[in-house]
Design a protein around this ligand. Structure first.
Ligand SMILES: *Cc1c(COP(=O)(O)O)cnc(C)c1O
Length: 356
């Protein structure tokens, strides 16, 4: 693929981030972006341009009916200045699973991966140096055709933008407080829960805002049918530790986003010698576990936040405290190993890292 790369005059380059510690998540974007169009059944015009506005018809299907998908991945800067991608093929695979669910064309994996590498190479200097910071990567596809009929778009835009980010939670690697949603649900069987599509996140905004106002950083979703079984948290999968066994919800209902952090945690935990049960837990069991102390630890897992220890679940009017609001031993071990592999500070026994 021949990517056309526009030149940016020197005086138009943005100032690079200056104070890494104050980088808020996803508010700053690098100088360039990658774009490619789909029309007449073909991907065409791959290009890297200055980061800037898109021009869209007001009737674009993406805007009217939410035919949009995205991915979230990170490039981690190593001590020797390389950028490490973490299991990037899984992002491509998941992006195309999301595309299928939303009746969108799949992106050929080599277009995704080649364009990402060229873009990262140009924007390398934007990658923050501090552990916990990274260059966040947001590949996106939208239906661009202007038409009000509710049928899939004939035309699409795939693009990649990059954002230097600090830690997802301003408090850093510390236990977070979570609001359990008792009325609103995120995903139902047969719906779009397993796809990274805009509507899933739009539907979470109202309660997310209410939770934040009350001092909770994330919302925990229960299953749509019984409103009882724990599914996942905001943009993270969730793990509970009882008796040195890690529990996380199974993926077969199609309501849960199959996180690659989740998959990696499962692998690492097994290799540490812990048991794993992909089994749904009910809120009743969890509340019981916080009361009798059998619930040792709880943590969220996702690219944006990596591993987030959970110190408190607010459910049915009460706060249920986990592990005395301390980071658990297993949570810490998994965090250290994951971060160590991602930043290239420890060996990668799995072959998960792809340096750029
Ligand atoms: C992206 C996401 C996750 C985590 O997936 P990772 O691949 O680990 O980043 C979990 N849940 C939801 C709803 C998500 O959007």
């Amino acid at each position: 693929m021949e990517i056309s790369i526009s030149t940016i005059p020197d005086n138009e380059f943005k100032k690079k981030y200056e104070t890494e510690s104050t980088l808020e998540f996803g508010k700053v974007f690098t100088d360039r972006m990658f774009l490619i169009n789909y029309s007449n059944g073909q991907w065409e015009n791959p290009r890297i341009t200055k980061y800037g506005l898109l021009s869209l018809e007001p009737s674009a299907i993406a805007l009217q009916y939410g035919q949009t998908i995205f991915e979230g991945q990170k490039a981690y800067r190593t001590k020797d200045g390389k950028l490490n991608l973490f299991r990037p093929n899984l992002n491509i695979e998941r992006f195309n699973n999301s595309a299928k669910r939303m009746a969108m064309p799949e992106i050929p994996p080599e277009i995704y991966s080649d364009s990402l590498k060229v873009l990262l190479d140009l924007e390398r200097d934007w990658a923050p140096k501090k552990v916990g910071s990274a260059l966040y990567i947001r590949p996106t596809m939208i239906g661009t055709q202007g038409r009000l009929g509710v049928i899939p778009s004939d035309e699409y835009l795939f693009y990649i933008i990059l954002s230097p980010v600090g830690p997802y939670f301003p408090e850093g690697f510390k236990p977070i407080k979570i609001w359990v949603s008792e009325n609103y649900i995120r995903a139902a069987p047969g719906g779009t829960g397993y796809a990274k599509t805009g509507g899933n996140y739009a539907a979470s905004l109202l309660i997310g805002k209410e939770a934040l106002e009350k001092g909770y950083s994330q919302v925990l979703w229960l299953d749509a049918i019984h409103k009882k079984y724990v599914e996942e948290v905001g943009a993270m999968n969730i793990f509970f530790v009882y008796n040195d066994t890690l529990y996380t919800a199974p993926l077969d209902s199609g309501t849960i986003l199959p996180g690659l952090t989740r998959k990696s945690v499962i692998q690492m935990a097994k290799d540490f010698g812990y048991s794993i049960k992909e089994q749904a837990l009910s809120m009743d069991e969890i509340v019981e576990g916080t009361k009798n102390g059998s619930l040792q630890e709880c943590f969220g897992a996702g690219t944006a936040a990596s591993i987030a220890p959970v110190g408190c679940l607010r459910y049915q009017g009460k706060e249920h405290i986990i592990n005395e609001f301390q980071i658990g031993e297993i949570t810490q071990k998994i965090y250290d190993k994951l971060i160590g592999i991602q930043y290239g500070n420890i060996d990668d026994p799995y072959g998960w890292i792809v340096p750029v």
